[in-house]
Design a protein around this ligand. Structure first.
Ligand SMILES: Nc1ncnc2c1ncn2[C@@H]1O[C@H](COP(=O)(O)OP(=O)(O)OP(=O)(O)O)[C@@H](O)[C@H]1O
Ligand SMILES: [Mg+2]
Length: 462
């Protein structure tokens, strides 16, 4: 090909030069011969030129076909295709340039694919749900958390309209408002079958330059937070109510006492009632403080090997007068040789005191209270049961009796001075011991509470 290039330059003037020289030598002696020779030379020269041109054109068209094929392959996504031409080919530098462009494109595509994979991995592993919608409000992207939060059964919902996937017109309306007004809005969503689950959905419009995307929805599960808010509100309302009752009574009696014409006997009775109500308030505040300290782990908690036999027997003898006063019988069936359990003796005493007091309180005269103990099959757990033959707990109330202030019969509990916090404290103490409590109850037959505590192992810290 190099020869052809040079021939291109010299062939035309060379052939013309030979033809001109032929014309000039015609007048010379033997001019015809010379002219014929020069003419033949010019003719050969021109023929070479034409052949060279044809070859050049054929090479060029082959190179163009190669370039064209390569571009076609790139267009169909095969960026690995390259074009290699003869280094004398005039299109060779163009081919080199195109190959470099393909390299750069491949690198960029690799980077973009990596970015896309990273983004997908981040979106998939995010605890928050993400849904990206286009302008027609069809789903462009939805991550796993969003599918789970909105209880979507199908795994592939991209391309479908939002309302088809999350059948909630409030969310759909909010998305419309947000995309129209270019702002953000927050909506709370709960599945139709569970009010306790609350998902907070924040919808934000996306600006125009983002390639036709309309809005992004970020959702997070705020069920626990909502439940805690509700519990806090209930708690404040309950405490206020519990304090309100004794305070009203105290105010009423003190107003009566302030009247002058009141006899000594009534004065003594009213003073005693005020004292009782003040005691009830004091107990309530003490119980609340105990609970609060336990929750904040600021209550001293000693870990030692506790002999439940000694602990329960001392409680039983302490409570014997009250049992007798209530017309009940108490039976203690604690086997000898019970393994020690790991815990805080004072706190565990509080647990069994509460359970036995409840048994006394909710068992009519003539009934029996039985305190017994056993180890489980694995030998790792020691269970102490407090069983009564009392009024029992309706099955629908059983799951709630450990809640603060929850009482099956409010009037009865209040009449006996109860605060409704006893079992809440019991549950907390057992949780601190990593134990568990079981309840079996039959209305009119009686109730059995069993506390399971971990036995002390060799090498346990004391
Ligand atoms: N042994 C039992 N038999 C029947 N009901 C019981 C028994 N123990 C508890 N309960 C029910 O569970 C409720 C909650 O008990 P809890 O000990 O927490 O509160 P309380 O006894 O009412 O007041 P206190 O805070 O003084 O103990 C009681 O009000 C009662 O309705
Ligand atoms: Mg109680």
């Amino acid at each position: 090909m190099r020869g052809i290039g040079r021939a291109n330059v010299w062939l035309v003037p060379g052939a013309l030069g030979l033809a001109t020289a032929g014309a000039l030598v015609l007048s010379l002696p033997r001019g015809r011969l010379w002219a014929a020779l020069l003419f033949v030379g010019a003719w050969i020269w021109t023929a070479r030129y034409l052949i060279a041109r044809r070859r050049e054109q054929r090479f060029l068209s082959e190179s163009v076909v190669q370039l064209n094929d390569t571009v076609e392959r790139w267009a169909s996504g095969d960026l690995h295709a390259r074009v290699y031409l003869d280094q004398d080919d005039p299109l060779d530098s163009l081919a080199h340039g195109m190959n470099r462009v393909a390299e750069v494109l491949m690198e960029r595509t690799r980077d973009l694919e990596q970015d896309k994979k990273q983004l997908e991995a981040i979106l998939t592993s995010m605890a928050n749900g993400i849904i990206i919608l286009n302008h027609g409000l069809t789903i462009t992207l939805i991550n796993r958390a969003a599918l789970q939060m909105f209880r979507v059964q199908e795994s592939s919902v991209t391309g479908r309209h939002l309302l088809e996937v999350i059948r909630d017109v409030r969310i759909d309306d909010a998305v419309h408002r947000v995309t129209r007004a270019q702002g953000t809005e927050t909506v709370h969503w709960s599945p139709p079958d569970s009010e306790a689950v609350v998902v907070e959905v924040t919808i934000a419009s996306l600006p125009e330059p983002l390639g036709g995307l309309g809005a992004v929805m970020v959702s997070r599960d705020v069920s626990l937070q909502s439940q805690l808010d509700r519990m806090r509100q209930d708690f404040v309302a309950n405490v206020s109510h519990e304090l309100q009752t004794p305070l009203t009574i105290i105010r009423g009696f003190t107003e009566t006492l302030m009247e002058e014409d009141i006899d000594q006997e009534s004065r003594t009775r009213f003073t005693r009632l005020i004292h009782e109500e003040a005691n009830r308030m004091s107990r309530l505040v003490d119980d609340l403080l105990t609970l609060s300290r336990m929750e904040h782990h600021s209550l001293p908690f000693a870990v030692e090997g506790v002999d439940l036999l000694v602990l329960v027997e001392s409680l039983v003898s302490r409570l014997a007068p009250r049992v007798q006063e209530a017309g009940l019988t108490m039976v203690c069936q604690m086997p000898a040789g019970l393994p020690l359990v790991l815990g805080d003796a004072d706190r565990l005493q509080e647990v069994f005191l509460n359970l036995i007091q409840n048994a006394i309180q909710y068992t009519p005269a003539g009934g029996t209270i039985t305190v017994s103990a056993q180890t489980d099959d694995s030998g790792q757990w020691v269970g102490v049961s407090v069983e009564d033959t009392g009024i029992g707990i309706p099955s629908q109330d059983v799951p709630r009796i450990f809640e603060r202030f929850y009482r099956v019969d409010k009037a009865r509990s209040r009449a006996s001075g109860g605060t409704g916090l006893g079992l809440a404290i019991v549950k907390h103490i057992i949780e601190l011991h990593r134990g568990r409590i079981e309840v079996n109850s039959e209305v009119g037959q009686g109730t059995r509470f069993t506390v399971w505590l971990s036995r002390e192992q060799e090498g346990d810290d004391r």
